[in-house]
Design a protein around this ligand. Structure first.
Ligand code: ADP
Length: 253
């Protein structure tokens, strides 16, 4: 009889994840035994003050950096102990990334940028899915443009489409609206939200902006490398209120 595997209930999981930079006087504990999991089909925002460990958590969970201790899993795959090469393959095949800097190749068209990761991987493009993604981010008329012919907001849409094109298990976005005006930023956040609600994708976004976090289904708050709170169905007002509480609690003067 074929064995039935339990369904994966978490798209990504950290357990006791710890990251220490430096040693001696310059030792910094950027992540202090963080345990958190991100559910499939959910849009999670990671928030916290500057230096609280947001980017480090994302980098260690997305296989962009090595943790010092603990476990980080994507689906059922444990990242700790994987070789550089295996991590590269996992990132390429299972993850999508959107960064503050759009990271597009200037010599390629928008469409070539979008399909580049799949082309490199030798993966066949699922045309129906690609059309949906391109439709969702509203790029249909701009596919033959090069990045220099596109506004910042349009370039970030290309980056979102590139992240989604391979139908990844999870999309990690690090301050995706950090370089955009508020209107373009709102559009990008709307696309990320639509990719979860309409396309069933899973998105984890690092942000320090309560407005951005208001687009998520859940917010996880970090302070000093630890998860200190979380909020479901956030609004900018409830996020701001929660942040003020931490700031008040942490103030020493
Ligand atoms: P956030 O994204 O919340 O601003 P980070 O994850 O970038 O926070 O940083 C968490 C802590 O780790 C900070 O104290 C930061 O200075 C430190 N840190 C981050 N990257 C490095 C590094 N490459 N070398 C040394 N310390 C680092």
């Amino acid at each position: 009889m074929p064995m039935t595997l339990a369904p994966v209930r978490s798209a990504a999981t950290a357990t006791g994840l710890t990251k220490v930079y430096g040693s001696g006087a310059t030792r910094v504990v950027a992540l202090d035994e963080v345990s958190v999991s991100f559910r499939p089909g959910e849009f999670t925002a990671i928030m916290g003050p500057s230096g609280s460990g947001k980017s480090t958590l994302m980098h260690c969970m997305a296989g962009l950096d090595y943790a010092t201790a603990g476990s980080a899993r994507i689906g059922d795959t444990e990242l700790v102990g994987l070789s550089d090469r295996a991590l590269t393959r996992l990132r390429r095949d299972q993850l999508g990334f959107v960064f503050q800097a759009f990271n597009l190749l200037p010599q390629l068209t928008a469409l070539q940028n979008i399909t580049l990761p799949m082309d490199i991987a030798g993966r066949k493009v699922d045309q129906a899915w690609l059309d949906r993604v391109i439709g969702t981010v509203g790029l249909s008329g701009r596919l033959s443009h090069r990045p220099s012919q596109l506004s910042g907001g349009q370039q970030q849409r290309v980056a979102c489409a590139r992240a989604l094109a391979g139908r990844p298990a999870i999309v990690f976005a690090d301050e995706p609206t950090g370089n955009l005006d508020s209107r373009s930023g709102a559009e990008i956040l709307g696309f990320l939200q639509n990719s979860v609600r309409e396309l069933g994708q899973t998105v984890v976004m690092v942000t320090h902006d309560p407005m951005a976090a208001g687009y998520a289904d859940r917010v996880v708050f970090l302070a000093d490398g630890r998860i200190v709170d979380e909020l479901s169905l956030p609004t900018p007002a409830t996020v701001l209120d929660r942040m003020r509480r931490f700031e008040g609690a942490g103030r020493t003067t």
